[in-house]
Design a binder for this molecule. Structure first.
Ligand code: GDP
Ligand code: GDP
Length: 455
């Protein structure tokens, strides 16, 4: 087997553009039965959240992607979090504190037909002290006659009550306008947004692995030299090469083609050049010499790519020099030394004979698709609910940290933020990453997983 393709990429959802900034979080807080889940369903415009008539039943999924007037945000139904072990008041208070910690805006839901209870007053205290924007929802205002009930909620002292009927939809448009107005200003798009042109490849590897030979082999007749920096005729110079009917931009090919004359400090300059090529690239092809043992420097370059957050393809060159014995050792070497990047597509090529040049494009496309991939919040939370149930975090010092919910905060590379009740240890985070890859693929992409901890 020459080439490992990742898991098929799931494009079966209405994904935002890959360079969209992370969505702000709106938390829905309130006593059981005030209509939080019904409201979340209303906001989503579909029956996705589970409505339970039994107060305090924990739900599987708590966070969802939503859009209103073209603005994306994540809705979190806090009703799904906490079993009522410590009594209603304590658990709602805890819920409110969590919501305040992780949300950009809090929607506080009160049942207008019941009015404000002591528990509601206690929640208001927490919300007020937090300084977070709060949108007060007066729910179950199904008709005009209940408007007066809603007006009474001015007494809570946290601003205008928005009368809605989550069940029938009455007033929900105005409510969402108020939520949007309370959201933080939209962040500017991420760095690669303006790109649009050919995708950018850094071809890297230690001296003599065959980078310039490979470039010659790939370029053939189609080469076009481009100045990367307008107005400079010196380094760095890129080349645009057509492969598989598509134009690709190879970064700093001048640096690759220039024979390494510098003897002193050649390593240092090579490292610098690699670093700056990676900065401008989206995907890196790390070329290694398959006929020799992996060198320390090969591993260092692979680490540089992973740390840079670029997509990674590993190319084994000089395949024409391999005999049976070396091939056997190579397999074991890969197993042993490249275990941590076994998610990267691999190609086995020969720049000399032209072997398997056609494998480059599928490998690059796989790695870039993994790098661009976004998992919708609802799927992600289903995944974490299952994971936390089947493989809970080990108990440490009497405590058991839990993942409350997660969002994919970004792509290129995929970035995940886990909202947790405690510190997740290294082993568990590695387990999470492995399971994320098994479930969603992300072939060729380093994953960035961070925690937001509520102690
Ligand atoms: P949660 O525990 O706060 O998530 O509340 P649910 O969304 O599960 O709703 C509790 C009950 O209130 C359910 O029987 C809903 O059908 C009902 N309900 C929710 N919103 C409204 C509303 O706007 N009007 C009326 N009349 N009933 C509602
Ligand atoms: P660079 O320093 O990484 O740019 O490597 P070069 O492209 O200059 O190649 C270094 C040496 O390896 C040269 O002598 C090449 O002819 C040789 N070489 C490159 N690719 C192959 C290959 O696929 N097979 C064999 N047998 N030799 C190769």
């Amino acid at each position: 087997h020459d080439f490992h393709l990742g898991v098929d990429i799931d494009a079966d959802f209405d994904a935002p553009p890959p360079d969209a900034p992370p969505a702000p979080v709106v938390a829905v807080v309130g006593r059981p039965n005030v209509g939080k889940s019904t409201l979340v369903n209303r906001i989503l415009g579909r029956r996705e959240a589970v409505v339970e008539d039994v107060p305090g039943v924990t739900r599987d999924r708590v966070a969802y992607d939503a859009t209103w007037s073209g603005r994306r945000f994540t809705v979190v139904d806090t009703g799904g979090w906490l079993p009522d072990a410590r009594g209603l008041a304590a658990s709602i208070a805890e819920q409110a504190r969590l919501a305040v910690d992780l949300a950009d805006v809090v929607m506080f839901v009160v049942d207008a037909t019941v009015g404000a209870t002591d528990v509601d007053e206690a929640v208001v205290e927490i919300l007020r002290r937090s300084g977070k924007p709060v949108v007060l929802v007066a729910n179950k205002v199904d008709g005009v006659s209940a408007e007066a009930d809603a007006a009474l909620l001015w007494n809570l002292g946290i601003g205008e009550p928005h009368p809605v009927s989550a069940l029938h939809g009455r007033g929900s448009g105005d409510l969402l306008d108020a939520v949007l107005a309370a959201l933080p200003a939209e962040a500017p798009p991420e760095t690669f947004a303006e790109a649009g042109g050919p995708r950018r490849i850094a071809l890297v590897g230690r001296p003599n692995v065959g980078k310039s030979s490979l470039l010659n082999q790939l370029a053939g007749e189609t080469r076009a030299v481009v100045d990367a920096v307008a107005g400079t005729t010196r380094d760095p110079i890129d080349e645009e090469i057509t492969l598989g009917g598509q134009v690709w931009r190879f970064i700093d090919t001048a640096g690759i083609r220039r024979r390494h004359r510098e003897n002193q400090g050649a390593d240092f300059y090579a490292t610098l050049r690699t670093q700056s090529a990676l900065e401008r690239a989206e995907v890196a092809v790390v070329l290694v010499d398959a006929s020799e043992s992996l060198a320390e420097q090969d591993l260092r370059i692979i680490s540089m790519v992973v740390d840079s957050g670029r997509a990674l393809v590993i190319a084994y060159n000089k395949w024409d020099l391999l005999d049976e014995e070396r091939r056997h050792y190579l397999e074991r070497e890969i197993e042993r030394q490249l275990h941590h990047v076994r998610w990267a597509p691999r190609v086995n090529v020969s720049a000399r004979t032209g072997r398997h040049m056609e494998k480059f494009v599928p490998a690059l496309e796989t790695a870039l698709a993994g790098w661009d991939q976004r998992v919708p919040t609802s799927k992600l939370n289903q995944f974490f609910a299952d994971l936390v149930n089947s493989h809970p975090h080990p108990i440490r010092g009497g405590k058991q940290p839990r993942v409350l919910f997660a969002t994919q905060a970004g792509v290129r590379p995929p970035r995940f933020v886990l909202f947790t009740t405690g510190f997740l240890e290294e082993g568990y985070r590695r387990f999470i990453e492995r399971r994320l890859r098994e479930e969603f693929g992300f072939a060729g992409a380093p994953l960035d997983v961070t925690m937001k901890i509520r102690e």
